[in-house]
Design a protein around this ligand. Structure first.
Ligand code: PLP
Length: 474
């Protein structure tokens, strides 16, 4: 899929100190031994998470019906480094460290003086970064005697990753899959089932939440919010037997993804370069944080000047057009209130192909760092993103996931700016996943049938009208 022994080397000028050729793969002995927790380095502590009914700060006990204590403790930990259990690190060896690749052929085609690097997370068995946290979550649940985990999935990337992790640690995985995706993407369902997971189209008649929706609308297509409500209900009413799991947004999920950035810090040092710009796409924020936070550690503690660009879809412009306020994490208002950039918890984004970027909120730590000016948000429509993805595929050989294409669009624009100014910047981005299960999206792009959705001011105001009033002391 990537890498080559011929072609780019010193003879055509691509060699930079420690990089002779296209890519660097660190030895497995250098897989990180701890996750990096940015909560230790934030300029101010994160605002407290509030109970959805009482609006009082939640304690660990409030979360135990849904999560194992090991993950709850990680969620609130102030420790800078949290050791990775040996069992998890052992399975990371199946595909980690991931390649750090210099996009030599892309640089040449753009005729840019910039150096473009990407961390290729698409080489994981699930095809994206999500397995980094799925394994950690499954292991910690297993340690605490949990035999079954329930979750939701939209397009199926998260469900697939958790299904693999469940098979490795012998935990049953139940996935509530948005019904329209279940019907339109049968192979995604097959992937999860091949790994042994049970997949239920949502809304279903297995839960009160699902039965309520079906009573009102028997033909409901479902939504991520409905699927979350079903999965949360199953866990909350299981008497502790079944736990719930989330693939993004929460502190512990971002924490687990920092293996990406720690490897990238070491890889860049080996090559003898340091990024001027770090770029990632953001849905809930986990792949961006995974790459960026170990570099942000140097910015926050040593004052290293780096730009961090978080790229979102223009049709779900959480960071670029939403306010920084307390809102519910889920659509039905059962999940805790967190302070974040939000478009309103019952906002349903347009049906763009980057399903993984269609979330109304954003991880609290990313939100705080955007508010503080450390991270620059930017939004793109999907058509220019697919153009960038097609160019990348034809030059670099890998078909990007529609989510990843948002990061690539920003990379192209930054590299083209360097061409204008003559600046030799070093650009690093996260190649969060491949698009092999997204060919219907490429079909639409290649057939000229992509639509771009601009959110109107009225639509934005309507969506924000549901954000609850929370009085913030201090
Ligand atoms: C899920 C997903 C995303 C978006 O989620 P984050 O938590 O923001 O990373 C991005 N890229 C790929 C390939 C995904 O599967």
């Amino acid at each position: 899929m990537s890498g080559s022994t011929s072609g780019a080397n010193g003879s055509n000028g691509s060699a930079v100190n420690g990089l002779d050729g296209y890519r660097l793969v660190l030895p497995q002995s250098r897989i990180p031994t701890a996750w990096y927790n940015i909560q230790a380095d934030l300029p101010a502590p994160l605002p407290p998470v509030l109970h959805p009914a009482t609006q009082q700060p939640v304690g660990p006990a409030d979360l135990t019906p849904l999560f194992p204590m090991g993950l709850i403790l990680q969620e609130v930990s102030p420790e800078r480094y949290i050791p990775i259990p040996a069992e998890v690190r052992e399975i990371y060896r199946l595909w980690r460290p991931t390649p750090l690749v210099r996009a030599v052929r892309l640089e040449k085609a753009l005729d840019t003086p910039a150096h473009i690097y990407y961390k290729n997370e698409s080489v994981s068995p699930s095809g994206s970064h999500k397995l980094n946290t799925a394994l950690a979550q499954a292991y910690i649940n297993k340690q605490e005697g949990v035999g079954r985990i329930v979750t939701e999935t939209g397009a199926g990337q998260w469900g697939s990753a958790l299904a693999i992790a469940g098979s490795f640690f012998d935990i049953a995985i139940d996935v509530y899959m948005v019904k329209i995706s279940y019907q339109q993407k049968p192979y995604r369902r097959s992937v999860m089932q091949a790994y042994g997971a049970t997949v239920t189209p949502s809304p279903s008649d297995k839960t009160n939440a699902g039965r309520g929706i079906l009573a009102r609308d028997p033909n409901s297509n479902g939504s991520l919010g409905i699927a979350i409500s079903e999965a949360v209900e199953v866990a909350a009413t299981s008497g502790g037997m079944t736990k719930y799991s989330l693939g993004s947004v929460l502190n512990h999920v971002l924490l687990h993804q920092t293996v990406i950035g720690q490897e990238a810090v070491e890889g860049m040092a080996e090559i003898g370069e340091y990024p001027d710009v770090v770029i990632g796409c953001v849905g809930g924020g986990s792949n961006f944080a995974g790459l960026a936070y170990p570099f942000l550690h140097k910015t926050l503690t040593e004052g290293v000047k780096t730009r961090f660009l978080a790229i979102e879809p223009a049709s779900c412009p959480t960071l670029t057009r939403g306010p920084y306020r307390y809102d519910f994490g889920d659509t039905s208002g059962m999940a805790p209130l967190v302070k974040m950039y939000t478009l309103g918890h019952d906002f349903v984004p347009a049906g763009i192909h980057a399903g993984g970027l269609r979330y109304h909120g954003m991880a609290p730590s990313i939100s705080a760092l955007v508010k503080g000016g450390y991270i620059e948000p930017r939004a793109y429509h999907q058509t220019p993103c697919f153009e960038a993805a097609a160019l990348f595929a034809r030059l670099e050989g890998i078909i990007p996931a529609p989510e990843t294409s948002h990061a690539i669009r920003a990379v192209l624009d930054e590299a083209l700016k360097c061409k204008e100014t003559g600046e030799k910047k070093v650009i690093l981005f996260n190649f969060s996943g491949h698009g092999h299960f997204d060919m219907a999206a490429y079909d639409a792009y290649l057939g000229g049938q992509l639509q771009d959705y601009q959110m109107s001011e009225e639509e934005l105001a309507r969506a924000l009208s549901t954000v609850p009033q929370v009085s913030e002391a201090g």
